[in-house]
Design a protein around this ligand. Structure first.
Ligand code: SF4
Length: 303
């Protein structure tokens, strides 16, 4: 069969498409990125977000299969495909780099988050040896690894194997105990440890967790995901780290209501994210003095 793959709204390596590619290649099919000038027996379309536009053109294929959170949060890959080693060549991923999950789901129910709805409570999923498949740098997309005993055992294994990792969805600072801090300080991180900092209470939790991890020798960066909701509270939470240390790097994320994909992101959220997500801008300029476009100064948001 002739298979086409179409990533509708993201260039980030898509695990499902990479595994689908491996599966079809393993049964002798030919697989390539979808080209609208060619015809296919089957095309797989993946969409990550539900607020991005759909692919707007005719698909030249006998069969089209859609998947991903942007189309259907309940859909998952068949087990035999799910367990396959991703076809990294699809994205020309560095030969030493792997992507995957050790756990799925999350026990929490943050109102802005689709994970509990999509994946349910936390469960063990794969072993780091399976995910790494001989590669030494691993991007792990677990949503709340510290909430799982299995996840903690996997972190121990990561340390033993000497792998370099990034939990790129962030860790939950509230779960960092002294023992866990000691464990995290032993991990070889790809540049940084990421935490969620989505509520006012999380500021103190991140500081507490960072102090514990630093005590065991970590000297790297703390990257903080900050969801934006109410203006003054969000501004305070994002701006707070400026006076703390350059090691704390906030990253603003405009709030998206999963149930309302047509919601318009308020301009202040776009401006705050524009300012905070560029470190040099964040460190050198007060948000009140930031001029994102001609004739508008962000100090007006405080009136
Ligand atoms: S934001 Fe994080 S902690 Fe909250 S439900 Fe989602 S994955 Fe869990």
């Amino acid at each position: 069969m002739n298979i086409g793959l179409l990533a509708v709204d993201s260039n980030y390596p898509n695990l499902a498409l990479m595994k689908i590619s491996t599966y079809h290649k393993s049964i002798g099919d030919s697989v390539e990125w979808y080209n609208s000038l060619c015809t296919y027996d089957k095309v797989y379309m993946a969409k990550v977000f539900n607020f991005t536009p759909d692919y707007g053109y005719y698909i030249n294929a006998d069969q089209v299969e859609i998947g991903g959170t942007g189309y259907d949060i309940s859909k998952s890959l068949p087990e035999e495909i799910e367990r396959m080693v991703p076809d990294y060549d699809l994205y020309k991923v560095d030969h030493n780099l792997a992507y995957g999950f050790l756990t799925r789901g999350c026990p929490n129910h943050c109102k802005w988050c689709v994970v509990p709805m999509k994946e349910g409570g936390i469960t063990s999923y794969m072993d780091i040896e399976e995910v790494s498949a001989g590669r030494k740098k691993i991007i792990l997309m677990d949503n709340n690894i510290l909430a799982s005993d299995y996840g903690l055992q996997q972190i121990e294994k990561i340390i033993t194997m000497g792998l370099r990792v990034d939990f790129n969805q962030g860790l939950d600072a509230r779960l960092v105990t002294d023992d866990i801090a000691q464990l995290l300080a032993k991990v070889k991180w790809i540049k940084r440890i990421r935490f969620g900092c989505d509520t006012p209470g999380q500021i103190a939790e991140v500081e507490r967790a960072a102090t514990l991890i630093d005590k065991y020798g970590f000297k790297g960066e703390y990257f903080l995901y900050c969801i934006l909701m109410e203006f003054k509270e969000s501004f305070h939470r994002v701006n707070y780290w400026k006076g703390k240390s350059r090691r704390f790097v906030p990253h603003s994320q405009p709030y998206r209501d999963y149930k309302n994909p047509h919601q318009v992101v308020p301009q202040w959220q776009k401006d705050l994210a524009h300012w905070s997500n560029r470190k040099e801008l964040y460190m050198s300029c007060d948000f009140r003095n930031f001029i994102p476009r001609k004739g508008f100064i962000c100090g007006e948001y405080f009136n």
